[in-house]
Write a protein that binds this ligand. Structure first.
Ligand SMILES: *Cc1c(COP(=O)(O)O)cnc(C)c1O
Length: 418
């Protein structure tokens, strides 16, 4: 491959999605120069339009006060506009999707409904390298039901692919696992999990299954209609660019919407809109994923997400995926060429089994991953790391260019040579 900068510039010039970069604010260094940002898997960049949308709702509050709830496009139903674009990204039905709370809160709400242990089937299965928050959530749910996380939390070995490991582990558990929780894209190694195969394996063994799509949504195409899990949760501040602490979301399979046996934790926003304010009414859930809402949503922190989803809609996830595969492949090739055997790839080499993120382990023992990241940063590039020795780089097709990737790998090669 041609690893010259001019080659990267040529590919950028021919990239039909290149213009979307202008819709985002690119962070700058102290000297005012734009940084090369490859950390969109951690916190996506700010859509420029976010500020105007926040201002619009502040204006509404300023001039309308409580009446702002009942404007035609007002706050009473504001959250509903998010379901359609998100359902598009998830391959789900609109009524299966709701924005609410944050990821870990949603995970607890889903576990309250879907983890119903009995004396025989009372374990939860997660992967050994599960994100700490997901692990804490399931550990505390087990304890909440009087179970012991030491025995009742089953961990999947990080063999790949996860779907095969899942089937084998469920088989050896012989009917004791009640619920499976797996990622859509694994946060540490970047593996894109086969959701349909995992769901099929879970069903074969009589388990319920949910997915944490934190690193998958807005990154890889998702088809929940085909996979048919029971539930899924996500946050909106990674590839969805919803801003720090942005509102999260939840998918509840339509199969469950009208099931009155399924318990749930309730609040007034999940109650049918028509008599939400009635003091005498008894809880009647909205017959959709919206029936799991608790509270009226944080309007002011939803607006950057609205701006970002409009950009996803314009670009189209299929086109974004096409660029993503190419951009990540370009990153991979440059890394091999310029950093050689200093880095061990942890992410699958099959483009179908990964998203935008490549994870790399430092091969030289004793080298500090944080120091490497700081040296890269001194060269104007933002990447991130996980202790003890993993680097993570995510070229995001909405706003990253081939020149960004070129600059990132050049900076990394120089940092490793320091
Ligand atoms: C980012 C991330 C979270 C974050 O949880 P919050 O509740 O949004 O703070 C949880 N789980 C996974 C797998 C993540 O990647």
């Amino acid at each position: 491959m041609n690893s010259s900068l001019s080659n990267a510039q040529e590919i950028d010039a021919a990239d039909e999605l290149a213009g979307f970069r202008d819709a985002f604010c690119i962070p700058t260094a102290a000297n005012g120069e734009e940084l090369r940002y490859l950390s969109g898997h951690s916190l996506g960049l700010m859509p420029k339009r976010a500020r105007a949308l926040v201002a619009r709702e502040l204006d509404r509050w300023e001039t309308r006060g409580v009446d702002g709830h009942f404007d035609a496009d007002g706050w009473f139903t504001y959250h509903e506009r998010f379901a359609e674009p998100l359902a598009g990204l998830l391959g789900a039905e609109i009524e299966e999707v709701v924005v609410m709370n944050s990821l870990t809160t949603n995970l607890h709400l889903m576990l309250a409904s879907f983890f119903r242990p009995d004396t025989e089937q009372n374990r939860i299965l997660i992967e050994q390298q599960a994100f700490p928050s997901d692990r804490f959530a399931v550990q505390s749910q087990l304890a909440f039901h009087g179970l012991d996380p030491k025995t009742d939390l089953v961990e999947l070995n990080p063999e790949r692919p996860l779907a095969d490991a899942l089937d084998a582990t469920l088989h050896s558990e012989s009917g004791r696992v009640a619920l499976v929780l797996l990622p859509g894209v694994q946060y540490l190694n970047g593996e894109a999990v086969d959701l349909a195969a995992c769901t099929e394996a879970a069903r074969r063994h009589g388990c319920r299954i949910g997915f944490d799509l934190a690193h998958a949504i807005g990154n890889v195409p998702i088809d929940l209609r085909t996979a048919e899990p029971d539930f899924a949760v996500w946050c909106s501040y990674k590839y969805l660019n919803g801003g720090p602490g942005a509102i999260g979301g939840c998918f509840v399979n339509r199969h469950w919407h009208r099931d009155r046996q399924l318990p749930r934790l309730a609040g007034w926003w999940g109650h049918v809109e028509t008599d939400r304010f009635s003091p005498s009414s008894h809880f009647t859930p909205i017959p959709s994923a919206g029936g799991w809402q608790l509270s009226n949503p944080p309007i002011l922190s939803m607006l950057p997400l609205e701006a970002s989803l409009a950009l996803f809609d314009e670009a189209g996830i299929a086109r974004l995926r096409q660029k993503s595969v190419s951009l990540t492949g370009y990153l991979e090739t440059l890394l091999v060429e310029l950093c050689g055997d200093r880095l061990e790839p942890l992410t699958p080499s099959d483009p179908g089994a990964r998203g935008a993120q490549l994870s790399l382990r430092l091969r030289r023992s004793g080298e500090s991953v944080k120091t490497v990241v700081e040296r890269v940063r001194d060269r104007g590039v933002i990447i991130d790391w996980r202790e003890p020795d993993v680097l993570r780089l995510a070229p995001v097709p909405l706003y990253n260019s081939y020149v960004d990737v070129h600059a990132a790998v050049s900076a990394l090669a120089a940092a490793l040579a320091d």
